[in-house]
Write a protein that binds this ligand. Structure first.
Ligand code: SF4
Length: 452
């Protein structure tokens, strides 16, 4: 168990990684922040607020920056979103709050809400301030939270506010899930993720690391606690299913990102191929550039219109020098000991619209590293394994089915949120889910107690 420990102290890839992965959006200085805050129209019924899954009072916190009340600004953010610091860096604001800003209607630049939020949260952390709320009076109830990602952390903070014991179990040595291990360092540095979690831990959240929870352990936790929150995220990245995937030099995007963020991976070969075209694939491709690759190729079996990466991520990758190959499919990996190339075939549209290999188009792209980024599977099979009681947690295509208001599953004692319920969305969606589930669990426990 880990209580009272600072997770951020001494963690991360050190100065070299920090230098290579400098801020994508540099922070505001005081003058810049105040000028930007004063551009805000402080809209009544602000659309930016509605576009935020955690409904942060955006005009409220910006107004406080404009008047120099940074502590008040941070309190406004934290009251709605306890992970306001990481969200300010990791959120795709272009499609959330900033995308909804009314200034678009006047052909003006939207307010830089993400950078302003970061400005307030950086000042808050630098000041050493505590969270603007305390743990509630002890109720005697306890909840096990499986997974230490944003959904569980937001849920745990909410539970502590209500005086409920929150005990988090995670298989890795550090908390934060994707916030710590899976988001590009130039967006959210590992130490920043951990610094935020240090603050949440001070609410009295208890942590067990390197704790694997299988069906048997889950049944024990169900007996030991009054409720269970499932924030298990997604499973492993899919494999291609072609020969050679076990060779040295084949990895996946999440392992690559976690490797350099922790400092274990400091250099990559000269030529790298990334298979896939989602946001994680882009993060991996840009990482390969920053880690010294001279050629980084992204391989995608469809066209730019179909890729799941946001347009601004695509633009960023191109600015970094990543080369895109559309309508191509890997059909083999070449090499003896390690990867020497990826065998590709061009795809063309058949009469029925399906994509089929173009005859005679096969070629080998010489690379020394292949990074798989073709989506993740689920990690929920253990919920249905032998040993669980009759009332099972209902799944749909591997995702946990929940009541979207309370986070409750088909098994009343189990609640869930984040990627394991939505198939993989943004950090801020996981935080919103976790917060809702914390409120839902407290209400369910109170109702059960009253009715007992
Ligand atoms: Fe300010 Fe834009 Fe939000 Fe209006 S919509 S409150 S201008 S950030």
């Amino acid at each position: 168990m880990s209580e009272g420990r600072s997770f951020s102290h001494g963690a991360g890839g050190g100065a070299e990684i920090a230098a290579r992965f400098g801020d994508l959006h540099p922070p505001f200085d005081r003058q810049g922040a105040i000028a930007e805050a004063n551009r805000c129209l402080f809209c009544f019924d602000a659309p930016c607020m509605g576009a935020c899954p955690t409904h942060i009072d955006v005009p409220g916190f910006i107004k406080k920056i404009a008047s120099g009340n940074l502590a008040g600004s941070a309190r406004t953010i934290l009251d709605a979103n306890v992970m306001g610091a990481s969200c300010s860096r990791a959120c795709p604001v272009e499609v959330l709050c900033e995308g909804a800003c009314v200034l678009h209607r006047y052909n003006k630049q939207p307010i830089e809400i993400g950078r302003l939020q970061r400005y307030a949260m950086d000042a808050f952390h630098a000041s050493g301030d505590k969270l603007p709320f305390e743990p509630g009076a002890a109720t005697g109830w306890s909840v096990a939270l499986i997974g230490a990602g944003p959904a569980s952390l937001a849920c745990a903070a909410e539970l502590r506010r209500k005086g409920i014991r929150a005990v988090v179990y995670d298989g890795r040595p550090l908390p934060g899930g994707l916030n710590t291990y899976g988001i590009a360092e130039y967006k959210l540095p590992l130490v920043e993720s951990l610094r935020e979690i240090d603050m949440i831990a001070r609410l009295g959240v208890e942590f067990h690391f390197e704790a694997q929870v299988d069906a048997g352990r889950l049944a024990e936790l169900e007996r030991e606690h009054d409720a269970v929150f499932l924030g298990v995220g997604l499973g492993a990245i899919h494999r291609l299913g072609i020969a050679g995937e076990e060779m040295a030099g084949v990895t996946n995007a999440l392992d690559l990102i976690a490797g350099y963020k922790s400092g274990e991976l400091t250099v990559v070969p000269e030529r790298v191929a990334v298979i896939g075209a989602g946001n994680t694939a882009i993060d991996a491709a840009v990482a390969a550039v920053r880690l010294g690759a001279e050629e980084v190729h992204m391989i995608y079996r469809r066209g730019p219109e179909q890729m799941s990466a946001f347009p601004f991520e695509y633009d960023h990758a191109r600015e970094e020098g990543v080369r895109f190959h559309w309508f191509v499919q890997p059909v083999g990996l070449e090499g003896e000991v390690g990867i020497e190339g990826v065998r590709l075939v061009k795809l063309e549209a058949a009469e029925d619209g399906s994509l089929v290999p173009k005859v005679g188009s096969e070629r080998v792209l010489a690379v020394e590293m292949v990074v798989l980024a073709i989506g993740q599977g689920t990690h929920t099979a253990f919920l249905g394994e032998v040993g669980r009681e009759a009332a099972q947690v209902e799944l749909e295509r591997g995702r946990i089915v929940i009541d979207r208001v309370t986070g409750q599953t088909s098994h009343p004692k189990f609640f869930a949120g984040g990627d394991c319920t939505n198939g993989g969305r943004e950090v801020v969606d996981a935080v919103a889910d976790g917060k809702r589930a914390g409120i839902g669990i407290a209400a369910w426990l109170e109702g059960r107690h009253v009715g007992a």
